[in-house]
Design a protein. Structure first.
Length: 405
């Protein structure tokens, strides 16, 4: 049966406008029409009247970690849980993410390889509720780098599922990319520099050569996939852009040259500029080294974000959810506005631009006939980013998954 959703306002992210009084017609899992609200609803069509609410596209988060403990810096917790336990916790994280209005996510790395693949498949089969997922399968990086569990007593060897993405040279890179993609991943996540939360690593230090990154990009392309690169430091960012990655994750130390390279190559920026505020409110969850590295990175990352906005870099919406509890991602919309975006620009980043980064703009990202019926509704001012912290209605694939009066 077709469904008509009547709303007082609709956010058109393509036009960058809020349109008054609209009806969105859904058949099955797709949007089939967007009409003026004054038109009659055909007899027999189910009507969902959202009253004074604003309808917007389902949100997209380019940088999540649904698998693994959330909201702490102790990665050793991963080793206290089986793959089954991690997957079941992931079910809860996926549900919370969907209820917050995120109907699509890119899940960019799990320490335990391929648990994210299992979670994605369970959601796709309708076994558990959650957002549509594109998953990375495992982190790919050097054995002592930002994507690895480090700090164990010398001589202790982790099982292979925790070291699947550890590489030494170009040949390793090619082999791991093939193994991860044939294992069910959709995207490759490279760790091109050190990380804020990984002990002993230096966020500004490169960890992969440009040749290694280019090899990963080349191999991924053969499988119809692409590479997202974790990169804080300027040199690592430049290597990744020149090598052809789709997106830079974090982008803490962008300089003028790296911004010009992003514009030249069409590289997307996915910058998690809010979550350090959560860390600062919960310092007990992180150790001294993690807090110090976060303090050093926060202001630089936000200044880099502002420069990227002003230059016209393609900016998506990535939060690093998992470093903080899932379901809080919309808080970043306000931070993006504080650092150079208008509210409608931030919402476009969290919908259509992120869909374009994923290569999914033909199916998600805007309220357009032919796309999936992924829709959310909020009751506040649609140009106030805080309104999206209280999503009252969520529809995914034409099915209502949340409807709070």
């Amino acid at each position: 049966m077709a469904v008509a959703l009547r709303c007082a306002r609709l956010v058109d992210v393509e036009a960058g406008a809020v349109l008054p009084d609209r009806i969105v017609v859904v058949e099955g899992e797709r949007i089939v029409a967007v009409r003026p609200g004054g038109e009659p609803v055909p007899e027999g069509m189910r009507l969902i009247d959202l009253g004074e609410a604003t309808l917007a596209p389902g949100l997209v988060d380019l940088h999540t970690h649904l698998v693994g403990p959330a909201g702490c810096g102790d990665f050793m917790q991963e080793l206290r849980q089986s793959g089954a336990q991690l997957a079941l916790d992931g079910v809860v994280h996926a549900r919370d993410t969907l209820n917050a209005g995120f109907t699509t996510v890119r899940d960019v790395g799990a320490f335990h390889a391929f648990v994210d693949v299992a979670l994605r498949d369970a959601i796709d089969r309708g076994i558990v509720p959650g957002p549509r997922m594109a998953v990375a399968g495992a982190f790919v990086g050097v054995s002592t780098g930002g994507g690895m569990i480090v700090g164990l007593t010398p001589g202790i060897e982790l099982p292979r599922q925790y070291r699947l993405g550890a590489v030494r040279d170009v040949a390793d890179i090619r082999e791991r990319v093939r193994e991860i993609l044939t294992g069910g991943a959709d995207v490759i996540k490279l760790i091109a520099t050190g990380a804020v939360l990984t002990p002993g690593t230096v966020p500004g230090a490169p960890e992969l050569t440009e040749e290694q990154i280019r090899a990963a990009v080349e191999e991924a392309q053969w499988y119809g996939a692409y590479v997202a690169a974790h990169a804080h430091g300027t040199e690592g960012i430049k290597r990744a852009i020149r090598a052809g990655v789709r997106s830079i994750e974090h982008g803490t130390e962008l300089d003028d040259e790296s911004i010009e390279l992003m514009l030249e190559h069409g590289t997307y920026l996915s910058a998690d500029i809010w979550w350090s505020d959560w860390l600062n409110k919960h310092p007990e969850q992180f150790d001294d080294e993690q807090r110090a590295k976060n303090d050093a990175a926060t202001e630089r990352q936000r200044q880099s974000f502002r420069k990227a906005v002003e230059a016209g870099v393609r900016i998506g919406f990535g939060t690093d959810a998992g470093c903080f509890p899932h379901g809080l991602q919309t808080r970043q919309l306000a931070t993006m506005c504080e650092w150079g975006m208008t509210p409608l620009q931030a919402l476009r980043a969290a919908t259509l631009t992120s869909a374009e980064c994923m290569g999914w703009e033909d199916r998600i990202g805007s309220i357009t006939p032919g796309k999936y019926a992924d829709l959310i509704a909020v009751t506040g001012d649609p140009e106030d980013p805080s309104s999206y912290n209280d999503v009252r209605f969520v529809m995914k694939d034409g099915e209502v998954v949340r409807n709070v009066p």
